[in-house]
Ligand binder design. Structure first.
Ligand SMILES: C[S@@+](CC[C@H](N)C(=O)[O-])C[C@H]1O[C@@H](n2cnc3c(N)ncnc32)[C@H](O)[C@@H]1O
Length: 279
């Protein structure tokens, strides 16, 4: 196991980055507002799960429960859905939003590396954009396999190397100093430990059959502030790393000119979902 990065530091994740959904929401807003795909991501993911009446589901790293909030009217009857996250703040938000939604939802703070559930409890386990936060991926996948029934399915969403590449280029203009932590995060260190390019290789340690479903989308962004909000919400180390006001003003002006000239700033997305079963 290599040295955990800041985006794998449990204390930072629980008490800072994901203490509440505020940072995640700034990023989700860019996708929600400027996607070109017809189907929103949470609806597309739900469509892949193939839930049926009575399916027992576990979501690890559920955040504020958006997957279920967006699809609540489409959940089959008698499904038992357990939502877990490392961050108690996220679990509380999911619980507030869903506990009266009319389905059998359960909520628990839990680390995917040590799941507090018996063997072979679930038909479906979901890890949506969270495995790259896990320092010991082998332990996490072992736990997922243990709590899944023999014929159960695991769905793991992540991004590829090209995801949001134009956005990170803007990040490098905001933090040009090569030795600054944000600059390192928006360049080499940003390579995710679990990504579309290496996910299947890691999943084959535990699952027999793996297929990758890709979500076809790109962003056409027509406002500057949501781009800056996205970058400032990311895993940087707080106000002391905020660029100088004149740097922000220069980047803001450049982006506004680009939108005025081209109509939008186009941002590549590279996102998908591994569908895994068998052992
Ligand atoms: C990028 S967010 C995704 C949230 C949600 N799945 C979604 O797509 O909206 C990652 C989530 O994983 C959680 N997380 C990070 N490490 C975790 C771990 N080891 N076990 C469980 N959850 C974890 C974070 O607290 C955060 O809520």
């Amino acid at each position: 196991m290599s040295q955990p990065t800041i985006i794998q530091d449990a204390d930072y994740l629980q008490n800072n980055q994901y203490k509440s959904s505020a940072n995640l929401d700034a990023r989700a807003a860019l996708h929600r507002r400027f996607r070109t795909a017809v189907t929103p991501w949470p609806v597309w993911v739900f469509d892949q799960l193939g839930l049926q009446e009575g399916t027992a589901v576990l979501e690890c790293g559920c955040g504020p429960g958006w997957l279920w909030r967006e699809n609540v009217a489409r959940i089959p009857v008698n499904c038992a859905i357990t939502l877990t996250d490392l961050s108690p703040g996220m679990v509380a938000e999911a619980e507030t939003a869903l506990s009266h939604a009319g389905h059998d939802f359960r909520f628990q703070t839990a680390n995917i590396q040590e799941l507090p559930f018996p063997d072979e409890r679930f038909d479906v386990v979901i890890a949506n954009h969270m495995l790259y936060h896990v320092p010991d991926l082998a332990a996490a996948l072992g736990e997922v396999r243990r709590v899944l029934k023999g014929d159960g399915r695991f769905f793991a969403a992540t991004n590829g190397q090209n995801h949001l590449r134009e956005l990170w280029r803007i990040g490098r203009e905001l933090w040009p100093a090569e030795d600054s932590p944000p600059h390192r995060l928006v360049t080499a260190e940003w390579t995710l430990s679990f990504r579309l390019e290496n996910g299947a290789e890691q999943l084959t340690a535990v699952f027999l059959q793996i297929s990758l479903l890709r979500y076809d989308d790109h962003l056409a962004v027509t406002e500057v502030e949501p781009i800056l909000d996205y970058l400032f919400s990311s895993s940087f180390t707080g106000d002391e790393t905020r660029p100088a006001p004149e740097t922000i003003a220069r980047v803001r002006q450049k982006l506004a000119q680009q939108i005025a000239r081209d109509g939008a700033i186009h941002i590549t997305k590279d996102t998908g979902l591994f569908n895994c079963f068998g052992s």
